[in-house]
Design a binder for this molecule. Structure first.
Ligand code: UDP
Length: 238
């Protein structure tokens, strides 16, 4: 990595999918270790790192597994799934010697700290990695929205959304060969073209708070460090 990373404080959104590796569901130790390594690398370059961890590898409120269940109940199960993922990620980061705190919007005292904005800021100032769990703490939301919310609360310079592909494309590149990747998009273009990079409430929140969103591939080795170096490929929404 270069000596002058592009952003000083970042919020990384890690979807639950990234933690399952090649398994159909659940937490894959190797995948978590690899992600922890990527995070540790950028933290060592002096970047303050916090992350929102999703839960889709375990449970989604809108999934088939939740069919017949009251939506709010299903969503609380989804939020609990994000806590499991965050604790697994904390373990992997601590094995790399990185002081890491999990702050959960759903208080689970023996497992992690409750989310307190000033405490999160303090941890970041002290150079700790902060993992935000429990989403927003409210049903009917997603961890994308939690990511935009926490990025605003922590005063982050950018929200980095790690996905399966290296940016936003005009069509699904896994289906349409040669689909065009956008270098840069405005928040309104993403919303009006319904580009599905993140959900609309997350995009709106980032727009209101002037936080750029960088969509990049979390699967590619060194992908996160490359974003901090300003090297693509990625798509910037600003
Ligand atoms: N969830 C919620 N409120 C939030 C964040 C998450 O109810 O603020 C629930 C919701 O059911 C969601 C699940 O937690 O489906 C897991 O989060 P998400 O689907 O965003 O995870 P990801 O897709 O990033 O793995």
């Amino acid at each position: 990595m270069t000596a002058s990373p592009r952003y000083k404080r970042i919020l990384l959104k890690i979807s639950g999918e990234a933690l399952r590796g090649d398994a159909p569901y659940g937490i894959d130790g190797e995948a978590v270790d690899r992600l922890a390594g990527e995070i540790a690398e950028v933290q060592e370059s002096g970047v303050e790192v916090c992350a929102v961890v999703g839960g889709g590898n375990i449970f989604r409120g809108s999934s088939d597994a939740a069919a017949g269940m009251e939506r709010a109940t299903a969503d609380y199960i989804g939020m609990l799934a994000t806590v499991m993922n965050a604790v697994a990620m904390q373990h992997a980061l601590e094995r790399l010697g990185k002081a890491t705190r999990v702050l959960s919007a759903l208080p689970i005292a023996p497992v992690c700290e409750p989310y307190i904005r000033r405490r999160g800021q303090r941890h970041l100032e002290k150079g700790r990695i902060v993992l935000f769990a429990g989403g927003t703490g409210n049903p009917f939301f997603t961890t994308d929205t939690a990511a935009a919310l926490r990025a605003a609360e922590m005063g982050c310079d950018a929200l980095l959304k790690g996905t399966k592909v290296d940016g936003i494309y005009a069509a699904d590149p896994e289906i349409v060969a040669g689909a065009e990747r956008f270098e840069r998009l405005s928040y309104l273009e993403v919303l009006s073209k319904d580009l599905k990079a993140m959900d609309a409430s997350a995009i709106s929140l980032a727009r209101e708070n002037d936080i750029p969103i960088v969509v990049f591939s979390i699967r590619k080795k060194g992908g996160l460090a490359a974003v901090l170096d300003g090297n693509g490929p990625f798509t910037i929404i600003s």
